[in-house]
Design a protein around this ligand. Structure first.
Ligand code: ACO
Length: 401
């Protein structure tokens, strides 16, 4: 039924669905999600198989272009990305202008938006070729911004990676290589980061992705749309949860490690405290990504010889929640962010950078969704409302109020 017929048939009735709990905003062929059964697939491939067998760049290609790449396609994609893996020198001045204690998500969002000024050709993209050029530009420049955001915070000189390295290896090198130091990539760390980025790469119409699509639907440029998505991801109810989880676990540890006390707080409706990393709008079963990350966290910590007491607190909370009636009734299970921070920390990534790492993983998903929206020529996103304000009131002059 088309919208004109519907309007005619309903007399212009507007449906109201706060939080869009039951409202589809688009048709999409990218990610399949069954929250009741805990199933997640990218372009039909299961997240479990992709996390085990693919690397992040292959998954990025799959999400954006719809098929797993051949070797030739993947090589071309990566070479095109590497050709764009530099940013204008003036970006360094912008980074320098931020205070050292600025939150990296605010810095990343601003820098991504600022890229438009240096790459104006990325804005008016109507053909597939123009879209492709904008896509490889941002796939190349984004990891540089991610790494530099961290290095600026740590007072380290800014650093480019190397054409000889793969995408994820370059991310690690750009983040961690110290001046005059031979940085050796630990294969366990590289594999874990590949997995984490793959698991975060897309999740259908979540808050940040919907933001990217709706901003892009006005034909604002790709980088501006992504910048808006980064801001949406920042919030603790969305991507910011990974930072919030670790801070919560640290808080519990500092308070003596009494998980029962915090379980009680989470259930107390007069207390705003929520168990961060638990619950999901769509999953009413185990988040399949959390299952994979939990195993990866064990492996990374064991391989790196890290003994992290917050992992024990996390496991304790999970056990209690799984048998607690409040959590069982509301189907609140650990989500993707519950264990990811523990891995990031073991890798030496500062807590404030966790959501930035999520953004790096989500980049191909946002791009894929933006490209799909543009190729389908979707109309501008423009929800309606039900007005609840005052009726007509005559204006009262300042001196008469
Ligand atoms: N701790 C305690 N109670 C919770 C939690 C939690 N983490 N999450 C939900 N609940 C309760 C609510 O209080 C509510 O209880 P009620 O029915 O008695 O009022 C019920 O479960 C339903 O919760 P809603 O907030 O209505 O669920 P919604 O789908 O709107 O929210 C959300 C989902 C935002 C993820 C929520 O579960 C939450 O705040 N979790 C903690 C933050 C978090 O981990 N976010 C990351 C999400 S994953 C991601 O974005 C990558």
């Amino acid at each position: 039924i088309d919208i004109k017929t519907l309007r005619g048939a309903t007399g212009g009735v507007v449906t109201i669905d706060p939080g869009y709990k039951n409202t589809g905003s688009c048709q999409s062929a990218i990610t399949f999600l069954n929250g009741e059964e805990g199933v997640l697939r990218y372009r039909g491939y299961s997240i479990e198989e992709l996390a085990e067998k693919a690397d992040f760049l292959e998954v990025a290609y799959l999400l954006i272009f719809g098929e797993l790449p051949t070797k030739v396609q993947l090589d071309k994609f990566y070479n095109d990305i590497l050709d764009e893996a530099i940013v204008d020198d003036d970006i360094k001045k912008i980074i320098d202008a931020f205070p050292k204690n600025a939150h990296p998500m605010g810095v990343l969002s601003s820098l991504t938006s600022a890229l438009t000024a240096f790459n104006p050709s990325s804005v008016n993209v109507d053909s597939e070729e123009e879209m492709y050029n904008a896509i490889v530009k941002i796939m190349g420049k984004f990891p540089v911004l991610v790494a530099w955001t961290m290095r600026k915070k740590q007072g380290m000189p800014l650093h480019y990676g190397s054409r000889k390295l793969g995408y994820v290896e370059n991310v690690l090198t750009m983040m961690f290589q110290k001046p005059n130091d031979e940085y050796e990539i630990n294969p366990i760390v590289k594999d874990a980061l590949d997995k984490l980025l793959i698991l975060h790469a897309d999740h259908e119409q979540n808050c940040s992705t919907s933001t990217v699509r709706i901003v892009g639907s006005s034909h604002a440029g790709l980088f501006a749309s992504l910048s808006a998505g980064i801001s949406a991801l920042w919030g603790p109810l969305h991507g910011g949860a990974n930072q919030a989880v670790l801070e919560m676990l640290e808080g519990i540890k500092a308070d003596g490690g009494d998980t029962k006390k915090y379980m009680a707080k989470a259930k107390d409706k007069s207390d705003p405290f929520r168990l961060m990393g638990f619950g999901h709008r769509v999953y009413k079963n185990f988040d399949p990504r959390a299952k994979i990350i939990k195993v990866a966290a064990d492996e990374v910590l064991a391989d790196l010889g890290v003994n992290d007491p917050v992992l024990d607190i996390a496991k304790g909370l999970e056990q209690e929640a799984l048998s607690d009636q409040y959590f069982v009734d509301r189907k609140l299970y650990p989500n993707v962010d519950f264990y990811s921070g523990i891995i990031y920390r073991a890798m030496g990534i500062p807590v404030e950078m966790f959501t930035v790492m999520f953004a790096l993983g989500r980049l191909p998903g946002w791009i894929a969704q933006w490209r799909e929206m543009r190729l389908r020529k979707e109309p501008i996103g423009r929800p309606r409302q039900i007005y609840t304000g005052e009726n007509y009131r005559p204006f009262v002059k300042l001196e008469d109020r």
